[in-house]
Design a protein. Sequence first.
Lengths: 221, 304
Amino acid sequence: MPFAFVDTLTENFDEFLRGFGITVQLVVVSFVIAMAVGTLIAAFRVAPNPWLQRIGGLYVECFRNIPLLVLIFISYPGLRRAGVDISAFVAGVASLGLYTAAYVAEALRSGVFSVSKGQIEASLSLGFTYPETMRRIILPQAFRTVISPLGSLIIAMIKNSAILGGSILALDDLLKTGRVIASRTFDVIPAFVWAAAGYLILTGLATLAIRMLETRYAVKR
Amino acid sequence: MKTTRWLAVLALVLGLVLAGCGDDEEPSGGGGEATSTPAADVEKFDAGTPLGDIQEKGEIVIGVKYDVPPFGFNNPKSGKVEGFDVDLGQAVADKLGVKPKFIEAISDNRIPFLQDGTADLILSTMTINEERVGQIEFSDPYYIAKGRILVKKDNSDITGVDSLAGKNVCTALGSTYEATLKEQAPDAKLKLVDSYSECLESLQNGSVDAISTDDVILTGMIIQDDSLKLVGDELSQEPYGAGIKKGNTELQEFVNGVFDEYKQDGRYDKTYEKWVGQYTDTEAEPPDMTVDEAVELVKQNATG
């Protein structure tokens, strides 16, 4: 029985590797989108202009309160029917990236609010502009306090990537590969255990990276 | 004041919920249509045997498709699942003198459902093949579908299985077409989804170029959307069998008996006309074939 387990991996290794590669691509591109858009939206939410705050708030409420699967249906079959020639991969990473960005924005915003208002006032009175204050004084401190919550969001995002392959996008990601192998070989449990191992590699690496960042930037207490 | 308003809302919601329940229960009395057989026919099986256990429970759990007209689909008008497979399931339940409980079984989970006991019987457009015969028992084939290709009417590139190279082709994950297409159209890009309704959506929105699966399923799609057409020759023969848990030969023989009777007493012809014949202008051809012969027939698919 243990050998049969290993056989499932060795006999389908190329396929598993391909699925793993697609999941890595999905995760990396979604991560970049989530961080870039998330930071921008967080900046909107803490900006002094009430209209920017409202736009930021609207973004967060929209993307955080709609299920990821619904976003996928809007972004792929919906946009395609509207005549937009979007590919399954782009629709997938856009959905996952923009969805996660809403959570990232909220985490960053809470980080910014953890820096006392006095520092902003002090910085402005010293002649820094508002964007400079944000970039040089507030955000570096904010990022430090949100490393740990951001880590949880990234791990959640890696796991949410499995929804992309299972949906109408029909991407051949790691979970989908596991399902295809399970349905072909009927070795259902080994196929999914190896898929789980693939996700553990990714979440494990993410966890390690977050630990390193935490030890490096931690506030000495 | 505030409390009374809340109570009013609560009462309204409860009223709606109860009204909803009432609607559900009403048609169930007249369900099953003319296929019901008098209870007097029912043979009692000993407790402890597979059939006796089902009779003791009073219901047989049957996995069917919910989105594959005309075999198993949720009819929005009646709110019930209907179709060719459902009628056959009803016949098996009637013969046992129990109620059928239909649950949704997609291509990917129907065999696990039998293995873990979630379903007693699977009637979900399942082709009999060698790999599956190793996993579960099959009834004798009750229908033989043919593999075809469906494209949009304005598509002139794809004329058959030979012109699928480089094209996106949709089929269901866990279906026999995964292997058939890899064999006959190795350069086609397969898009595997959970259900044929997702394939239809993908073809309509242009993210795939073609769907390949059983002719009857594709015909069901054309009935829904007449901007689609079938192209090319048959790429495979797909004898459908009812799936039963491995080793449960008692239920297997029982189901075979029900199907034989169904074919002989004219009910098969009526069901065929109701679900397939009236749309395709074809006569019922009930298959007369054993499971082994069906396996041989499917083996020829790979060679084309």
